[in-house]
Every structure is written in structure tokens, then in C-alpha cells.
Design a binder for this molecule. Sequence first.
Ligand code: C2O
Ligand code: CU
Ligand code: CU
Length: 510
Amino acid sequence: MSLTRRKLLRLAGGAAVALPVASVLSGCQDEGSTGALRKSDAKVPTLFKVPLPVPPVLKPSRSEGGVDYYDIVQKPAQVEILPGLKTEIWGYNGLFPGPTLATRSERKIVVRHTNQLEVPVAVHLHGAKTPAEHDGFPTDLILPDGGWSGHTMHGGNTSQGSRAYEYPLAQPAATLWYHDHRMDFTGPQVYKGLAGFHLVHDEEEDNLPLPKGDRDIPLMICDRSFTESGAFAYPSIDPSLTGEHGVTQEYMKGVLGDVILVNGAPWPVLEVDAARYRFRLLNASNARRYQLSLDPGPQSGPAFVQVGSDSGLLGRPIGHDEIRMSEAERFDVVVDFSQFPVGTKVSMLNTLGDGDAGKVMQFHVVRRAADDSTVPSRLVDFEPLSRSAATVTRKFHFNQRSDEGWDINGAMYDPEEDQADPELGATEIWRFDGDADHPIHLHLAHFQVLSRNGNEPGRWDAGWKDTVDMQSGKEIEVIARFTGYKGRYVFHCHNLEHEDMGMMANFSVR
Ligand code: C2O
Ligand code: CU
Ligand code: CU
């Protein structure tokens, strides 16, 4: 192939697409988020009415030779998200969020995905150390079971109808998530519902006295907008997702919705005991950032005690009154509802959001209850990486290229080019900067934040991470370990509109 598809598209796009000059929507930008608000046409529901759903835990279809086999069918489903209206979602097993996988560290699993949608998909387990051929590389597509007449990706490892992904899960307990990663179409396909939790457990975690069972709840937070009839209102150039990719010009910075969903329900309510709960917070939004707080706050102590970050448990817990989360980040936190009188309604707010987007969900403290959980002052052995451990330093500039899209070091995503070639097992310092805020995610490698704008890491930067929020004009340095597997992986901005419109690159571990 002489020209990559990306280059061809860019050429074609320049000639053929005559869009009206973008209306400047920066006034609609919620503070802290890069994007434009698509207001819902449907009536937005009353806040704090529906109960919080908790996604079901998927059982293996079979276990054999120490390996658990799972089966997932990706298909459309009609669900009621707004009262009285039906929304078509695309879901793993027809669910949004998808079923939760709960697995054990070091126990291999195989997940067979069957694609009953009308478009290609790719599945990525975000935060996992996965061999490259199973990582959901953006051109490794599963074509629709029912046939596909659109283009495929050159060089991609394409499967017809279904394929099995193998996950060794050689990594400690962590809150991971799986989501679609189809090249150029991740934004709309995740928006339609292709996202779910994957919780890796291990013995170290089992032995900690943290809240367990019904008091360990994953919370997937995302924003959506709805058409009058209740459909998701994602502003794709081609809503069939079979032709031209990307969103209409005014949403190039990101698509913001005005309905906040937690586990797929709008501004839900959770009835809680006056006891400690562990919440695995995930920001699964395409482009919205959140700064979470509790209202009222607890009588004493911090609102949230953080026990884990993206890639596992912390060495020691950290108290926060507010948690700022960029797209794809996870915060594993404990909230102590015994610090509220029974009868209290505690709202979780998003202090970055305007209007109803400033509210997320509500907890109703309904009863006293026994609680033998605690948050110990030491959690797991944590090895801080020192600067001197790094053998290579690389620099990446995240840049907007006028209205064409987004790039890294001057290049829009090309699946056939590498921008880095770390050695297997190497420790490297990667420096990121840019002229807008970007949540930056590395596949395979976990990292620690070394500095922000020449200063100490921020208060939300602790622990092993796979995604970090870089702020405009302020360089961030991370120290990453490229352990695991050789092969080609991506790193990218996790604002999904930026990702789809070029802000992604490859590195090959050699
Ligand atoms: Cu969560 Cu490359 O993605
Ligand atoms: Cu990832
Ligand atoms: Cu970005």
C-alpha cells in the first residue's frame, strides 16, 4: 500500500468536505473539559429518582486446564435510560455497561467476542498487560458476523464474525475496563455503550480489610445526550459508522453530553448502610472531566479515601475532599457513610460541570449496620521508581492541527509507523506537553508521575497509572516500565474525539 488510509482520507477530506465555518462553541465548554456540549432534545429526567444499577458479573462458559473461557456477544438492544423512552445501545451481551469480568491475577482467561453489530469492532482491555496480538490494536478488527462490505484495514489482523482474546493477567489486583477500539470509530462506538468493567483480584487484596461484597461497587460515570425520541445523539459525520469517520466540525474538541449516567442510569440513587463502601470510580466519558465531591461532606475525615489508582492498590491510602478524573482514569476509593446521620442524602457533585452536569448521583444513608472493614495505613508494597532508573527519555507534543484533527509530534495516527521503540523491560521517562488538556494513555506500560510543570506530581497523581491528565502548556513527566510482551502497541489521547481524529501513535517493544 503506497498511501496509508489515513493519508488518503485526509486528501479526500480536504477536497470533498465543505463544512460551514465552525461556530465557536467555547462558551458551551464546561470548565475543565475540552469539547462542545450537544444539548439533549429529549426532556431530561428528574435527578436522583432511579436506583443505581450494578452490572452483573459474567460467569465463565467453561474452565479447562487452569484457564477460564468467557463468551460475549456484541449486539444492539433497546433499553430504557430516560423514563418512557427507548434508547438503542450497542452492548456487550446487549448490556450497557457490559457485564463485569471478575478475574484472578496470573490466571489466564480467554474471551471470545462475537460481533452481531453492523460495523467492525476491536476490543481492548484498558490497563491490562496483554500480548500485542490480543490487545485490541485498532486495525485488528472483528468484522460483523452478518457480513461486511465496507473497507477493512490494510495490515490489520482481521477476523470474521468472532475471535478469542487471550489475557494472561500477570499483574496485581486493579480496576480495569474493556471497551471498543475500532480505528477512527472508538468515540461513537463507546458512546453507544461498548464499555464494561474488568476487576482483577489477588491475594494481597483479599487479605486487606477493605469493604467487600455488596459494599464494593464499580461506578462507571459518563455523559450522554439524547434526541427527542430517546436515541443517543452523537454528532458523527456519518451516523451509520460505515463511511467517513469523525464528528461534525463544531465537536472536534470533544463531545459533551448533558445527562450524567452512572452504570448507565441517569443521576441514580444508591441506598447505603451507615458503613464503609469501596467505590471503583471510572470516568468512561468521551470528553468530559469530573471533579467529584460529596454534599454534605462527612462529619469528620475526608470525603474519599483513595486506596487504588488506575493500575492497582496504593502503598498507603490518601484522603481527598475532591477527586479530579480525566477520561479513562480510575480512582479506587472508600467512603465512610457512618460519618453521616441516618437519613442523610449525600449528593456526589461534579464541581466542574454546569447545571445538572454538576451533579452525578446520590447516596441515601438508610440504616445503621455492622461494619468490620477498615482502611489500614499500609496497603500493598509499593515501589516508587526513581528518575535514575530510566535509560531513555522521550518527548511527545500533543497538538491540534487547525481543523483537520489532532496529532502527536506532528503526525496524525498512522497504524504502520512507530514513534518509539522501547526495549522489553526498559524503564523510560516520557515527557508530554501540548496546547490543550489531554488525558494520555499508554497501552501495556504502567507508569508513575514524576513531575508536573517542573514541580512535584499533583495530589491525584499517586500510584501506578496508565492514564494521566496533561494540562495545556504544562509539561508532565512520567516514568514507565515496558515489561510484559514485545510487539506493537498504541498510546493516545483518551479524549475519544481526539483519538479518532489522529491523536494516537504506535510504539513497538523490541
Ligand atoms: Cu482505553 Cu487505547 O484505550
Ligand atoms: Cu488501554
Ligand atoms: Cu486530547
